[in-house]
Design a protein around this ligand. Structure first.
Ligand SMILES: Nc1ncnc2c1ncn2[C@@H]1O[C@H](COP(=O)(O)OP(=O)(O)OP(=O)(O)O)[C@@H](O)[C@H]1O
Ligand SMILES: [Mg+2]
Length: 324
């Protein structure tokens, strides 16, 4: 049953965030101060499915957010991963829901029975403070959005070409889960769906922040989304954007991550950003390993002389060096 608790106090939170720890990154100087406008949760709508036990919350800006809590059963760092990888994906031009820091008050948690997390046999309150909100895709009416589509409908997804472009992000960030999408249609009669990519929490190998690359990691479960891939142009403009992204731009994607989401491990975040910067040059190779895998995902690929020259030894030193 839908919870109707509403938080009626002043909804907008303003907080001043100092990013002096980014000294060394070209983006921010020691004295620089950013002002961050936070949204806050005003109403609990429902629990969502899935291992992170996300909750759908309405926020002070009027929008609904799929909210992952710091004390989710997976790991606190999955919040940092979702924010960083989604911001990278948006920078590459991928269709992804905007992510925000959403403040959840003690008051809302105390007054909302549903805001609980199941751990083992018991239920604990969701943690208050800064949580991760992913803008809810689609409308609330039933039958308008789907986690999975059968093959025939999948093949007619309006933006099916975006699956190849999403591969750029998933290989770059070593998404150690399958690629997940949500499919929405405009009307109940429509048979055409639009894919939006969600759930980036297993990028950077979940809480590990390592890059154990494997050809079949981070790919979509059904090959049909890749059938139109005939060459490198299918990955553009995402591929060039990733390859050209400098440290400055990568830091910008990480700048809003609250410190508590990565346990104050500033060195770890520094290493993660550096590793991403180095790994840009490995993306084509990682995609090639998937292309040449037993799944044969791109049957229509037109081989070019540059492709056959691409080295694929598992012991490739450049990749090894880029692992954390
Ligand atoms: N931005 C969003 N808009 C609409 N629905 C969403 C959004 N993000 C997640 N969902 C819904 O919530 C479900 C759980 O989300 P998500 O996959 O991110 O969490 P999870 O805990 O990792 O789940 P799982 O372990 O099943 O992968 C999704 O299957 C989807 O139905
Ligand atoms: Mg998921």
């Amino acid at each position: 049953m839908r919870s109707t608790t509403r938080f009626t106090r002043s909804p907008i939170h303003f907080s001043v965030v100092r990013y002096s720890f980014f000294v060394g990154s070209p983006k921010l100087r020691k004295t620089e101060v950013l002002v961050n406008t936070c949204i806050s949760a005003v109403q609990h709508l429902r629990l969502l499915r899935g291992g992170a036990q996300s909750h759908l919350l309405r926020a002070s800006d009027g929008a609904c957010y799929v909210t992952k809590f710091q004390n989710n059963p997976q790991h606190v760092r999955v919040l940092a991963n979702e924010m960083l990888a989604t911001n990278l994906g948006l920078a590459l031009g991928l269709p992804m829901p905007r992510v925000e820091v959403i403040e959840v008050s003690d008051w809302l948690i105390e007054h909302t029975e549903g805001l609980r997390i199941k751990l083992g046999g018991s239920k604990i309150p969701c943690r208050s403070g800064k949580q991760l909100g992913s803008l809810y895709v689609g409308c609330e009416s039933p039958g308008m959005s789907f986690d999975y589509l059968p093959g025939e409908l999948l093949q007619s997804v309006v933006n099916i070409g975006d699956f190849a472009r999403a591969l750029v992000l998933d290989k770059w960030t070593c998404n150690s889960d399958g690629r997940q999408a949500i499919f929405c249609r405009k009307t109940l009669r429509s048979q055409r769906h639009y894919a939006t990519f969600i759930d980036q929490v297993y990028c950077f190998n979940a809480s590990e922040w390592t890059f154990p690359d494997y050809p079949l990691r981070g790919v979509y479960a059904n090959n049909c989304v890749y059938e139109g891939v005939m060459g490198w142009e299918a990955f553009e403009p995402a591929l060039s954007r990733a390859e050209e992204m400098d440290t400055h731009a990568i830091w910008r994607c990480a700048a809003d991550i609250p410190e508590e989401w990565y346990e104050g491990d500033r060195d770890g975040l520094n290493r993660l950003v550096e590793a991403l910067h180095h790994r840009r040059g490995a993306i084509r190779k990682l995609i090639t390993e998937f292309r040449r895998s037993s799944r044969n995902p791109f049957p229509n690929w037109r081989e070019s002389p540059a492709d056959s020259a691409m080295p694929l030894a598992a012991s490739d030193r450049s990749l090894e060096a880029q692992r954390l």
